[in-house]
Design a protein around this ligand. Structure first.
Ligand code: AMP
Ligand code: ZN
Length: 120
């Protein structure tokens, strides 16, 4: 069923604690942890505890959880003082061609360096 934990999902296992992660924030509905392969001085992933495959599916299936993810992205940015570095990026890679490798919705919160536009 949509939203239910998936046995073979890495990020569902981070939610349960079966796979360890460096958790920086947790709420009733979200977990935020450091990316294992950081692409910026601050690189935190914010995930919903419910399992959906990407950002749009989460927004359609559980809009409150999507709002919680985005609010937590802002809380991570505040905690990591990213505004003092001029801002931050929230990225949802969606689909293999866009770089998605884990099929459990996650917001990348990136900051602490400059960014190009258009993005690569
Ligand atoms: P994406 O490629 O957008 O699906 O993002 C998946 C992200 O998960 C990548 O940036 C990986 O470095 C990160 N990642 C994969 N495994 C782990 C892990 N065990 N703990 C933390 N981050 C991870
Ligand atoms: Zn999952």
């Amino acid at each position: 069923m949509a939203g239910e934990p998936q046995a073979d999902c890495l990020f569902c296992k981070i939610v349960t604690g079966e796979v360890p992660a460096t958790i920086v924030r947790e709420t009733d509905t979200t977990v935020a942890f450091r990316d294992i392969n950081p692409q910026a001085p601050t690189h935190v992933l914010v995930i919903p505890k419910v399992h959906f495959r990407d950002a749009a599916e989460l927004a359609a299936g559980d809009p409150q959880a999507m709002a919680d993810v985005l609010r937590e992205a802002g809380e991570v940015a505040a905690q990591e003082k990213l505004d003092e570095h001029g801002g931050y990026r929230i990225v949802f890679n969606t689909g293999a061609g866009a770089g998605q490798t884990v099929w459990h919705t996650h917001a990348h919160v990136l900051g602490g360096r400059g960014f190009n536009w258009p993005p690569g």
